[in-house]
Write a protein that binds this ligand. Sequence first.
Ligand SMILES: [Zn+2]
Length: 384
Amino acid sequence: MGIEIEVEANGRKYNPASNCAVVICLDGCEPEYLDVAISEGLMPNLKRIRSEGTDALAHSVIPSFTNPNNMSIATGRPPAVHGICGNFLFDPETGEEVMMNDVRFLRAPTLFSKYYEGGSRVAVVTAKDKLRALLGDGLKFDENRAICFSSEKADQATKGKNGIQNASEWLGRPVPEVYSADLSEFVLAAGVKILKEWSPNVMYLSTTDYIQHKFAPNQQGAKDFYAMADAYIGELDALGAALVVTADHGMKPKHDVNGEPSVIYVQDLLDDWLGIKKARVILPITDPYVVHHGALGSFATAYLPSEVDANEITSKLSNIDGILLVVNKSEAVKRFDLPPDRIGDIVIISTENMTLGTSIDRHDLAALKEPLRSHGGLTEQEVP
Ligand SMILES: [Zn+2]
């Protein structure tokens, strides 16, 4: 039973949730993962849904990172509107780097909160806890009409703060390792149980890209993951949900023929050209969970000293092999709909098989067990 009122969020109108609408964000799902898994017969449900429904590719927002895109899915708008343009924010006034996963950085209401206000029952389950607060902004848990928790902290969920008491016990699954496929499987299993037992009108399920950072589409670890996901997609479909399967960004190999990470250390270059620590390079992919990517992605922004001509640095960087695009702030804001107060003086994007680092001594590459795969730029913008 749906709530028959139209919802308006951030200047757009949305249909009433007449049967349960379920959106699955498969983190880091480069379209090739689905193509390979389907062609090998590992995703029969998605194959059928694709042929019966609508199948298209879309562009994620830039930077093609997790939080900006989850928030664009959640708000229906680009980072210029919702404000979340990475995991990190540099405050030039204080010289501090601040995590952007706090709700105070969010500048627009989510569709989830708008559906909730309209009387709908809303469920949000994420793999990593870093997204939970942002996605759950505006939900209230005192009327049994909202559920919002992460698998990472499922055992700490409470009725008052998450709408559910100890989600790990409720689901009958232990809290998975943070670096695991299980962390994502927990999300999908929880989605099926919520749909069966709790009848949400709107549900958002967001996995983690640990597997995609680790395995290419033709590797067994990836195939196992998509076969697993397909079984849950089939269950959700069989329960009558209106399903959307999409991704926050793609994923590309970022290593040389020897399996060593391909990196341009931008802070080292700028130190060389302008003097030590005169410029400040920010990698918005950096977060507390860096084991699978070493904080290396395809997107960087840099704050330059005021006396420096940004256009000169832009053209110098543009000439480096492996750099796809360098633009100044105003161009980046215009082209990618970014919030001008949360990016540096220039934006740098690397090519398909290259990443951008700060200084060579600031990246712990020893933690990388597999050849690097990562995202953040234009070559990882295409999503299902
Ligand atoms: Zn992601």
